[in-house]
Design a protein around this ligand. Structure first.
Ligand SMILES: Nc1ncnc2c1ncn2[C@@H]1O[C@H](COP(=O)(O)OP(=O)(O)O)[C@@H](O)[C@H]1O
Ligand SMILES: [Mg+2]
Length: 464
């Protein structure tokens, strides 16, 4: 059963259930009809027995009664199958047809005073027979009244034939219909499967047809389409990232190649060679930083980069980076200061990553501020979290750029950013680190006034 297609299994079950239902119906109907015919006939026999009693109660002489019985009355019945005998007496009467069918009066042992009904065949005629006794005044009579059943049995047999013939026909028609229905019901599943099969890597924008039936199949198609949507956007991101990464790598490599080619074109002075090598070195430095960033994001994407978190004091992390931060700031004569609370704020953190996160933000703050600007770092507890704010009074970020700055390779001002050595990966790395600490990073900024980056990391339970 398991290996058969769903539509066949459905149809088979349908057929089985129908078979059972129809058979049960046929049996019930047949026995019900037969039962009610018998009770109708029995009722008729009882009526005749009652008429016979009335006749006997008239206390006519035997010959008159016999004449009356032979002459025909309601007692006689249509076929006049009737026998009567005085119990323990001499008098008996048998009608012509009773003799014809060879009916036998019950023997003394078989006699009962209750009416008893039985069915028997005699000379090819089915008979329904009433046996019993009638007591009239001081006398008792054995009576036997019968009715021929041939017409009734013909009707019953016709009914049985109709059942035997029509039930299989009905079953056949219903089963074909059932198979057709289940095929129709299951067909959309096949369609969905075929459509899903045709969606390849290059056609992830394709979607399954959604049947507007409001049922499980519509639901299934919609869920699959959502899945394809997620796959598509994940796939797009990977593609975009690869394209951006190779573009970013190609630029410095091309630059270094040109520099060396120019330098090698003719004999140069010692000083010229030196200058070329220094430039190439600078380029190499930023390229290896870029490669490292790319590797980090790739590891983060694949989920292999799991940060080891230990209880860490943010005060310590921020104090430790004060020195490199100052060095960064000094180059542009920027005033750097930090403000830390007296009690250390502890979080579940990874020291190296946290350092990197804050340096990325401080580096940006310095980079996107004019000479003589101000950069400050403030750490405060707030609502079970440690909040670190990195403020600057630099160029700010326009509201059209703001939603995008955490995207990979996004730079508000390509030209300026490139010459200041940025690649647009800093903030995406910062965001990943914050999230790896169950934290959030957010920004408020206005053009020309400066920016505030806010990193919020939950305090660890043991943290005070
Ligand atoms: N403190 C800031 N002030 C102004 N703009 C900023 C600041 N920090 C980031 N940005 C903008 O966000 C962009 C993305 O930042 P980031 O990911 O660090 O890349 P980049 O390598 O360019 O610094 C930057 O190019 C810059 O336009
Ligand atoms: Mg940056």
């Amino acid at each position: 059963m398991q290996a058969l297609p769903l539509r066949v299994r459905l149809a088979a079950w349908y057929f089985l259930v129908l078979c059972l239902a129809f058979s049960a119906f046929s049996f019930l109907a047949f026995f019900e009809v037969r039962g009610s015919i018998h009770s109708a006939v029995d009722e008729g026999l009882r009526d005749r027995a009652a008429d016979l009693r009335e006749l006997l109660e008239r206390r006519w002489p035997a010959e008159q009664i016999e004449r009356e019985l032979a002459a025909g009355s309601s007692v006689r019945g249509e076929d006049d199958i009737l026998q009567i005998a005085e119990t323990n007496g001499e008098w008996t009467y048998s009608s012509v047809s009773a003799l014809h069918y060879g009916l036998k009066m019950p023997t003394a042992r078989e006699r009962t005073d209750k009416f008893q009904f039985s069915t028997m065949d005699s000379r090819g005629m089915p008979l329904r027979i009433l046996n019993g006794q009638l007591s009239v005044a001081d006398k008792t009579y054995d009576v036997q009244i019968a009715a021929p059943m041939d017409d009734f049995y013909d009707a019953i047999n016709r009914f049985r034939f109709v059942l035997l013939f029509s039930v299989p026909m009905l079953l056949l028609v219903a089963s074909v219909g059932g198979y057709w229905l289940s095929r129709k019901a299951v067909a959309p599943v096949g369609e969905i499967a075929r459509a899903a099969q045709s969606i390849s890597e290059n056609e992830l924008s394709k979607r399954l047809p959604v049947p507007r039936t409001g049922d499980e199949l519509q639901n299934l198609s919609e869920i699959l389409n959502e899945l394809f949507g997620r796959l598509e956007s994940a796939f797009k991101r990977v593609k975009q990232f690869t394209a951006d990464a190779s573009h970013e790598l190609r630029t410095p490599v091309a630059l270094m190649r040109t520099r060396t080619e120019v330098a090698l074109r003719k004999e140069r002075s010692q000083a010229d060679y030196r200058e070329t090598i220094v430039r190439i070195h600078t380029e190499l430095e930023s390229t290896s930083a870029l490669i490292e960033n790319l590797m980090m994001l790739a590891r983060a994407d694949s989920g292999t980069q799991m940060l080891q978190l230990t209880s860490t004091s943010l005060n310590e992390v921020l104090s430790e980076i004060a020195e490199p931060a100052r060095l960064l700031a000094e180059k542009k004569c920027i005033h750097y200061e930090h403000l830390l609370p007296e009690v250390p704020l502890r979080v579940n953190g990874n020291v190296a990553s946290l350092r990197r996160l804050f340096l990325i933000l401080i580096d940006n703050a310095v980079k996107y501020s004019p000479q003589e600007g101000h950069v400050s770092v403030v750490l405060v507890p707030s609502d079970g979290s440690a909040v670190t704010e990195i403020r600057d009074d630099g160029i700010g970020i326009s509201s059209s750029d703001l939603p995008h700055i955490f995207e990979r390779f996004y730079r508000a001002d390509e030209s300026r950013s490139r010459e200041s050595g940025g690649t647009g990966l800093g903030l995406s790395i910062a965001k990943w680190i914050a999230e790896a600490h169950q934290g959030k990073i957010s920004v408020t900024s206005s053009v020309g006034e400066g920016s505030v980056f806010r990193v919020q990391i939950p305090l660890s339970n043991d943290g005070h």
